[in-house]
Design a protein around this ligand. Structure first.
Ligand SMILES: Cc1ncc(COP(=O)(O)O)c(C=O)c1O
Length: 383
């Protein structure tokens, strides 16, 4: 028999739909993949070259759990430069992908019975891990009419003295929405007032098309209660390398490092050297990738809005669209299945991201313009 807590662990349906779509391909079906959230570009070659060099130089051993000293130095300097605040190497914890930061932060901070506020629709791992530790998940709905931000008054009604942690994510998965300075400031003030922690998931900070990224570090009053999550997966097309990091107050960094000692030991040493090259080397490939995402965003938004029943906002960040499909007259999951079976287009039901995702689908446009055009034509045909 499994432990009781396993009943409370959720999952990320993108991986399930991907497996189903792959099985259909193995049977000879032609599928366009708009389900998985990863850049279709290769990792820039300067990063690969630096990694080969690191392998030859012997970066093949264990390192300190919080990260190699050089890595923590470079990552802290990047955050200090990018966000305009003081960040020291001892504030940094390096992890295999950004996901463990979510897991470890919730494990380290949240007790059974505590309340955690998280965006809904949102990255499904938030709700899953909140439930896993026996805390109470308190969803804050993201509203289409607010360009997928939340209502600050509604947020005020949800925060109370049991609130241990508030999770924010901007640019956002699955909607592509970005939070405004007023939203971020409002959260910082609420966290201070109610003595809560903030986990600011800023993994898409460089995948932004209009305006400047608004960071939780723009609000220094909350810095001593903020975990700022960053990572290489999306910005540098490094999803399979497994590299992420976060900045946080030193006492928490020590505890999160201990969780890492108890689980992964440390992040792969040559991957960390790749991460240094990514942040200090030329940024042209990453910028080109974001410019191409912007073209694709416009292509998919305009294309979807031409299909009767779809109503799609033009998101300002990440590489997802989250069209409203209520006029089609099918539930989100039903439409996800219908498009996969009949059109060979793999997308995700909005409900994969929580209850407030009903009435929406998520498409990732991290796929070629040709494939996006093909998907649009096929969707039009079967509806
Ligand atoms: C909002 C958000 N946070 C965190 C992650 C995790 O990133 P990583 O692949 O680096 O673990 C993802 C990945 O999809 C994401 O969308």
């Amino acid at each position: 028999m499994l432990a009781e807590r396993m009943k409370r662990l959720g999952t990320e349906t993108a991986f399930e739909v991907l497996a189903r779509a792959k099985a259909m391909e193995a049977e000879g079906r032609d599928i366009v993949h708009l389900e998985i959230g990863e850049p279709d570009f290769d990792t820039p070659s300067n990063i690969i070259d630096a990694t080969v060099k690191a392998l030859r130089a012997g970066y093949t051993h264990y390192g300190p759990s919080a990260g190699l000293p050089d890595t923590k130095k470079v990552f802290s300097e990047f955050l200090a430069r990018d966000r305009g605040v003081e960040v020291k190497p001892e504030n940094i914890v390096v992890t295999p992908g950004a996901k463990p930061i979510l897991f470890f932060s919730i494990l380290a901070l949240v007790d059974e019975g505590d309340e955690v506020i998280y965006p809904n629709p949102g990255f499904p791992i938030y709700e899953s891990v909140i439930n896993f530790v026996g805390a109470k998940p308190v969803p804050i709905p993201l509203r289409e009419e607010r360009a997928f931000s939340f209502d600050l008054d509604e947020m005020k009604g949800l925060v109370n003295d049991k609130t241990k942690l508030i999770i924010v994510n901007s640019p956002q998965n699955p909607t592509g929405g970005v939070l405004t300075p007023e939203d971020m400031k409002g959260i910082a003030e609420l966290a201070v007032k109610h003595d809560a922690w903030i986990l600011s998931d800023e993994i898409y900070s460089k995948v932004i098309y209009e305006g400047k990224h608004v960071s939780m570090y723009d609000y220094p009053e909350a810095m001593d209660r903020t975990i700022l999550l960053e990572g290489h997966s999306k910005t540098y097309a490094m999803t399979g390398w497994r590299l992420g990091f976060a900045a946080m107050p030193v006492p928490l960094a020590e505890q999160i490092s201990k969780l890492q000692t108890n689980s992964t030991s440390c992040t792969c040493s040559f991957t960390q050297m790749a991460g240094i090259e990514a942040l200090t080397g030329p940024q042209d490939d990453s910028r080109k990738m974001v410019a191409e995402f912007k073209v694709r965003r416009d292509l998919i938004v305009d294309g979807l809005n031409e299909i009767p029943g779809f109503k799609c906002l033009r998101p300002k960040g990440a590489f997802y669209v989250f069209p409203n499909i209520t006029e089609i007259g099918m539930k989100s999951k039903e439409l996800e299945d219908h498009l996969l079976e009949k059109a060979g287009v793999a997308g995700l039901s909005g409900t994969s991201f929580g209850e407030y995702g009903e009435g929406y689908l998520r498409f990732s446009y991290a796929n070629s313009q040709e494939n996006i055009r093909k998907a649009l034509a096929k969707i039009k045909e079967v509806l």
